[in-house]
Design a protein around this ligand. Structure first.
Ligand code: FMN
Length: 240
């Protein structure tokens, strides 16, 4: 049985890897990681998601197509992105500041000035180069299960990321990899009722400083909805 301390250090040590060695992941190790993910819970055990695995020539072809598409759309509003799922950009009030902190942390670690649009564009390209990782995963969910599909997928993703981490393998979940679904669907058999959510780069982390940068961990109090039913100093309950 894993000790609490071992488990805590595993989950605390997982972070997004944004620079990878080109070393291949042995097929059987990759298969184990993908299978470990299936230990996650799922709505009525439906597992309403699919994962597509790109490595070798297929990985390179997809990466080249994504980078070319980005370059073609450099001057186009929204970079010609046409994701299956859209979200509010910039992020909604209350969340935008957290996102900015991540951007600032990454750019300052990479020595990129916020006003340097060329360097920022290059970082975008690095997303589509899978940060050098030998494996790219793409995740789809069944549209029929709506948000429960994406919820189940998230649980699967985190479980496989921890399994990878336990083997010294790094991961980076990437919304970027959901931006041009036609390129991905051209490479894999994806039933019509499945939509692309995002992707993930997987490989062995390099010793680049970006991999040592740590995103803030918010205190749980900040993420806890206050009870309306706590006794108030005046008597009665707050919210009554
Ligand atoms: C759904 C999702 C999409 C993400 N998209 C990207 C992305 O496109 N590019 C990137 O560099 N990081 C991406 N990330 C990584 C987040 O920035 C990262 O998880 C967050 O800042 C917390 O840092 P940590 O993973 O190192 O703990 C994504 C993470 C998630 C869960």
């Amino acid at each position: 049985m894993t000790s609490v301390q071992d488990f805590q250090s595993l989950i605390a040590s997982r972070n997004s890897t944004r620079d990878f060695l080109s070393d291949e992941i042995p097929d059987e190790v990759l298969q184990e990681i993908l299978q470990d993910g299936v230990n996650a819970p799922s709505w009525s055990n439906t597992r309403p998601f699919l994962v597509a695995v790109a490595k070798g020539d297929q990985r390179d072809r997809i990466s080249n197509a994504l980078v070319s598409r980005l370059r073609e759309n450099k001057e186009v509003k929204g970079m010609g992105q046409n994701p299956d799922f859209t979200h509010e950009v910039p992020y909604p009030d209350g969340l935008i500041d957290r996102s900015r902190k991540v951007g600032a942390g990454i750019y300052s670690t990479l020595g990129i000035d916020r006003s340097d649009s060329e360097a920022r564009f290059k970082f975008m390209e690095r997303n589509y180069e899978f940060f050098g990782a030998p494996v790219a995963l793409f995740f789809f969910t069944h549209k029929g299960l709506d948000h429960f599909g994406t919820l189940d997928l998230g649980l699967y993703m985190q479980t496989l990321m921890l399994s990878a981490k336990a083997r010294g393998i790094g991961t980076c979940s990437q919304g970027y990899l959901g931006n041009y679904p036609d390129i991905i669907k051209d490479e894999f058999e994806v039933p019509e009722e499945y939509a692309l959510v995002c992707g993930m780069s997987v490989g062995y982390p390099s010793d680049h400083p970006i991999n040592s940068w740590r995103a803030e961990r918010l205190p749980i109090e900040e993420l806890t909805a206050p009870s309306k039913r706590e006794p108030s100093p005046e008597g009665g309950f707050r919210g009554d």
